[in-house]
Ligand binder design. Sequence first.
Ligand code: ASP
Length: 324
Amino acid sequence: MKKIIAGAFALALTSTAAFAQAYPTKPITMIVPFAAGGPTDIIARIVAEPMSRTLGQQVVIENVAGAGGTTGITRASAAAADGYTIMMGHMGTHGAAPALYPNLKYDPAKDFAPIGLAAGTPIIIVARKTHPANDLKEFIAWAKKEGDKANHAHAGVGSVSHSTGILLNSIMGTKPTFIPYTGTGPALNDMLSGQVDYMTDQIVNVVSQINAGTIKAFAIATPARSPALPNLPTTKEAGLDSYEVSAWNAMFAPKGTPPEIVAKLNDALVKGLDDAGARKRFDELGAVVPDAAGRTPAALQKLVESEVARWTPVLKEAMAAAKK
Ligand code: ASP
């Protein structure tokens, strides 16, 4: 009996190894948990193209939006752990969500096989072109005066725009009316037509519109200016140094994905980050490409754990302040 079990075990091991070696033999689906055209979608598409070339199979993006990104990540986390379904998560889905969803169906630190960090994305405070404020100080005064007449767009509870937005409101001491979207792609469209007043968004989604003058930008929430927007002041320069926040987007597979497959995906991601075409797009859009040490699955696991620990008390406090 023992022999048979050992034999079956050995067979299972060889077939997993053979499966991992042959991988990938068909297209890979990458779930983006937000609407097409927004920051996570932009980053996913930039890396999917060179990754498809490296892997010899198409990496196909599927947008599964809802509940601040947690709908798509919940679905992706339950997919077969065979490397054919992966996902682009971010600081919201894998950092902020546990503080805001008491019944979250996944644990960001336990239910995934991290593949690697894709891009850092500084946060920018943007507003409709017709907004009366001309700088951050005027904007803060406006937000205080308007109260709940101010319309604040975000990509759903727990998204980056939501968590960084409620943080901004709690620092400013303001209580606007929230307008949720399935991503900041559609939110930006409504900002372009003047239907919403402001949001805090990831740089890659807004650089083109800021440069074209179709929206206003008041400050970038990083210690230094971005080379992609050299004229935009930092929050510190603009008079709000307590608001410093930058987001990130990263690739994960479901927990249990064979390590050999995760290694192949990480290798393809790393090559994608160094691809000349991808790098040019990232630079133009202001994304911050991680250095070698920041690209490993282990570094991403550490980042997720530290982000959940960092965001949970901050968001609980900001949410409590919003309810007062
Ligand atoms: N990453 C989201 C998107 O792609 C936006 C957000 O998290 O705020 O639309």
